[in-house]
Design a protein around this ligand. Structure first.
Ligand SMILES: C[S@@+](CC[C@H](N)C(=O)[O-])C[C@H]1O[C@@H](n2cnc3c(N)ncnc32)[C@H](O)[C@@H]1O
Length: 206
């Protein structure tokens, strides 16, 4: 590099501006990015099935998924599943969310289920093309992961919002992904990461 011998100064404002240009204040940015990223993939590969979100809270991501992906015509219905009870800082109202969704589309559906109880999953035995796992608690995350791997169609995508969470020497869900892939004779292909904790993987039949 040729030096012009001019002394350069640190421009603090410029550094701050660059950070704020890249910083993200909207908590759903990564989730919306994921939905936009998979639109072409679903369309070109004709991956047909149901969208399901484990831990749907106020259905903000679920509604975004409808707005972004319904045009593909490859999503049968958009399901959101939640406790709809006080859980940490989350507390959404089943009737309120349901009424809002009904005004948007008949394809948006919610179910009030406790995902920490395995037998509850019998109520959602549907072919899945997009699974969003976002229920913040270990047993429910594992149950939702198993159900997703079991029911996902060939080429379907699983988004795990809490993938890069440590559990001693492992990533919390990593050993369970391998276990369920083996159990249901499937394989996974990495799609993309969504910091700080998210990942998307494509699931294929063996
Ligand atoms: C991070 S929030 C989900 C945010 C939502 N996916 C979104 O993008 O707007 C986690 C949700 O998981 C739900 N949850 C936690 N434990 C659950 C359980 N055992 N069964 C069902 N939902 C549960 C909570 O009620 C909460 O609404």
């Amino acid at each position: 590099m040729i030096s012009n011998n001019k002394k350069k100064k640190i421009n603090l404002q410029k550094i701050k501006k660059n950070i704020s240009n890249l910083d993200v204040s909207y908590s759903h940015e990564r989730k919306i990015r994921f939905l936009l990223d998979i639109r072409g993939y679903i369309l070109v590969n004709k991956i047909r099935g149901n969208y399901i979100e484990f831990g749907s809270f106020l259905s903000e991501m679920q509604i975004a998924s409808f707005l972004i992906l319904n045009k593909t015509n490859f999503i049968i219905n958009f399901f959101g599943v939640d406790l709809f009870k006080k859980f940490n800082n989350f507390n959404s109202n089943y009737i309120g969310v349901k009424k809002t969704l009904e005004k948007i589309s008949k394809k948006l559906k919610i179910l009030k289920l406790d995902l920490s109880i395995k037998k509850n999953f019998k109520k959602i035995n549907i072919p899945i093309n997009i699974s969003v796992i976002d229920c913040n608690e270990k047993v429910s995350l594992i149950n939702s992961l198993e159900h997703s791997i079991k029911n996902i169609v060939n080429g379907g995508i699983i988004y795990i919002d809490d993938y890069f969470i440590l559990d001693k020497k492992n990533l919390l869900l990593r050993p369970f992904i391998n276990k369920f892939l083996k159990k249901y004779k499937k394989k996974a292909e990495f799609f993309k990461t969504y910091p700080p904790f998210g990942i998307a993987v494509i699931i294929l039949n063996k």
